[in-house]
Design a binder for this molecule. Sequence first.
Ligand SMILES: CC(C)(COP(=O)(O)OP(=O)(O)OC[C@H]1O[C@@H](n2cnc3c(N)ncnc32)[C@H](O)[C@@H]1OP(=O)(O)O)[C@@H](O)C(=O)NCCC(=O)NCCS
Length: 390
Amino acid sequence: MRECVIIDGVRSANSRAHIEKGWFRAIRPDEILTKVYDGLFARNPTVKPEDIEAVFVGCANITGMQNDIGRISWLAGGFPESVPSNTLTMQCPSGMAAIEHAARAIVCGEGDTYLASGVEDMQKVFMAMHMDFPPRLLERYNIMDIPMGSTAEKVAELWKITRDDMENMAFWSHKKADAATKAGKFKKEIIPIEGLKDDGTPFMVDTDQWIRGDISREQMAGMKPGFKPDGLLTAATSSPLTIGAAAVILMERSKADKLGLSYHLKYEGGAMAGCDPTIMGIGPIPAVKRLLDRKGMKVSDIDLWEFNEAFASQTLACVRDLGIAQNAPFENVNVWGGALALGHPLGESGCRLVVTMNNIMKTDYPKAKYAVASLCGAFGNANAIMFSKV
Ligand SMILES: CC(C)(COP(=O)(O)OP(=O)(O)OC[C@H]1O[C@@H](n2cnc3c(N)ncnc32)[C@H](O)[C@@H]1OP(=O)(O)O)[C@@H](O)C(=O)NCCC(=O)NCCS
């Protein structure tokens, strides 16, 4: 069986998707994505763009500036016309699906070298832009139960997650992300890109915009609910609207060896799973179970976890239901913080989780064997992916 390894992975910093305050408010998502590619190729000179078999690009909202962003950005960025690109959506797990498509192509022998990426600009292509639901879907589901915030509230209610536990999780997400940033951990993965300060001054953005080192439990406790008057979730316990891009180079192992490239993680498999769209946040539960069952493995076999923190309620429901952890700070989950602090640019996040996991396994978990990343997505699509140390 052929093996697929990660040669390298990088990302942009995550900017707020805010028309006045977002650091990336004036740069298009295709430009952010290709600047990430430029950074990735620059630090991996052995891998030439023309050697890429195909580019898989995950993006949740493939419309407007993000319409076929895979191909359009590749051409706009001056990359070879001979390299095809497949823009794909699975909502939030899109960037992870991109990695899986590339990894599977390598494992089954369709090609040796792929680029997989994820991108989203939630300011210029806002959530559900141009969405037109079929009437039959609305006969099946109450439209009021479909928006992401409603699903997060429903999960909090059904899994009995308290506001206090969610704010505790947000607190630790920011504290871990702040500690990792201050320790320079993200320097290895962030390609600096020019952005704008609040006053319009240009500067190189090399840190994530949303992280609050001074996060306060008291302040969070005073925040108004974000989605319904008597709701439990606030802007602090929901991932913020974000802009960002991430990319990885994947290669067939023996080819990497022939080229003398170093790597430390290989693809073990992925599992997509579906669930009730009105509680979409629990999707990682069936996705992780399906992945572990197929591998004949248990939760306790996994050394490191990355769960996308779309909402504190759904992450807590997942880690509790799977028997991984009860409350933050989680020991081996999101050790450099999660999306509540780092941000969640929808289609980017599945790829970003793998980029970060690749780094954590190298620097903080050198003796660990298995790592799993998972995330939920709108309308009940979820994904989980496993890598192992080689
Ligand atoms: C929750 C949500 C509605 C809030 O949106 P919003 O009202 O535009 O709020 P913002 O994110 O800009 O934050 C509002 C304010 O709260 C503040 N805030 C957020 N978290 C905070 C915290 N932990 N402590 C203190 N203040 C905080 C922000 O800084 C901001 O104030 P500022 O503009 O002065 O800086 C929005 O972030 C959202 O929809 N998130 C979910 C996105 C989603 O569905 N993703 C897909 C998941 S599957």
